[in-house]
Design a protein around this ligand. Structure first.
Ligand code: TYM
Length: 324
């Protein structure tokens, strides 16, 4: 039997470069590996764990699917679907919540961050976020998850849930691990923290034009002169250089050390290389946008295929837990 892979991205907007390098590139790599059966979803139900706008959610959910298709996810190779259309995820999350303590959830760094960000919106859904994520993965008995470094605490919870379900109820859940990649921590363009949709000025969208990308990369706060300790902005710029123009990095580092580096030269080279990678995706996106019926078909068929697998796991869990 093929090993299963599951990944997801919340419906908070169009995909940014962090999502692409941290998650989508790994998703593409595994889709083409015959050892794996790949399931890729838009995590629309996770989007309602923080304040949201109904119309935006509806729109963004579709944008993520279109971005997936533009990036090369292929419905003939992967099951592409919307999380909310496979209700088994939510039922399994409820069963999983019975083996998860409130204290464990309250101590997660991701939970604490969101509480700080939205102090008046500390909901049960937010507390339950990692439990739903465990259900997303384990409802397919997936053992491998292409995701960024920031998802590691959530995957740890998934492993704990799998262990408990196996010990207490004799299930055979795998303990899911993250597919690690070079791009699993993409820094913010502000030089502080990671690239994130919720931080203005921190990200590059996959649909940004070459001018926008150039402007955004130029805005990385580097120093006026090269040399000495690298500040956070310079470090970020070099991270992008390593990912997009690896052959030039050694030379640029030398120039940085001897004080001759022109930051704008590096910035424009990085921006050009990023656009070069994104241009084919943007062209493909334009084609897909014209065929909304195709997008509908992908979403509908994806949900059907996902449900077939998910319902088998649910049946088994209910039997083992004495609920059927
Ligand atoms: P989300 O929507 O925050 O991010 C989606 C994916 O993009 C990765 N990512 C990054 N990777 C590298 N550098 C960055 N700056 C960066 N920003 C985002 C994230 O690590 C993630 O892989 N909880 C998930 C959604 C989810 C999920 C799942 C993922 C729900 N259920 C099951 C995997 C499996 C999330 O919030 O992703």
């Amino acid at each position: 039997m093929k090993k299963r892979v599951l990944a997801g991205i919340r419906a908070t907007g169009r995909l940014h470069l962090g999502n692409y390098l941290g998650a989508v590139k790994g998703m593409l790599q595994l889709q083409d590996d015959p050892q794996y059966e790949t399931l890729y979803m838009v995590a629309d139900a996770h989007t309602i764990t923080t304040p949201f706008d109904v119309n935006e959610l509806r729109k963004n959910r579709r944008e993520v699917i279109i971005d997936y298709l533009a990036a090369g996810l292929d419905p003939d190779k992967s099951i592409i679907f919307q999380q909310s259309q496979v209700s088994e995820h939510f039922e399994l999350a409820y069963y999983f919540s019975s083996v998860t303590t409130i204290a464990r959830m309250q101590h997660l760094p991701t939970f604490k961050d969101k509480v700080k960000q939205y102090p008046h919106h500390t909901t049960m859904a937010l507390l339950n976020y990692p439990v739903l994520m465990a259900a997303d993965i384990l409802v397919y008995k997936a053992g491998l998850v292409p995701a960024g470094l920031d998802q590691e605490p959530h995957l740890e919870v998934s492993r704990e849930v799998a262990r408990k379900m196996n010990q207490q109820y004799g299930m055979d859940f795998p303990e899911p691990v993250r597919l690690t990649t070079k791009g699993d921590y993409i820094p913010s363009l502000t030089g502080e923290g990671k690239m994130s949709k919720s931080v203005q000025g921190s990200y590059i969208n996959l649909t940004d034009s070459v001018e926008t990308i150039r402007k955004k990369i130029r805005s990385i706060p580097t120093a006026t002169t090269a040399g000495g300790e690298m500040n956070p902005g310079v470090k970020s710029l070099f991270t992008f250089a390593e990912l997009f123009i690896p052959n030039n990095v050694e030379q640029y580092k030398k120039e940085f050390s001897n004080g001759t580096l022109q930051f704008v030269t590096v910035k424009d080279a990085v921006a050009g290389a990023i656009y070069k990678q994104l241009e084919p995706l943007q062209l493909k996106r334009q084609q897909i946008e014209k065929d909304q019926a195709y997008v509908d078909k992908v979403i509908k068929e994806g949900a059907e295929k996902a449900r077939t697998i998910a319902s088998q796991t649910l049946k088994e869990v209910k039997e083992k837990m004495g609920l059927s």
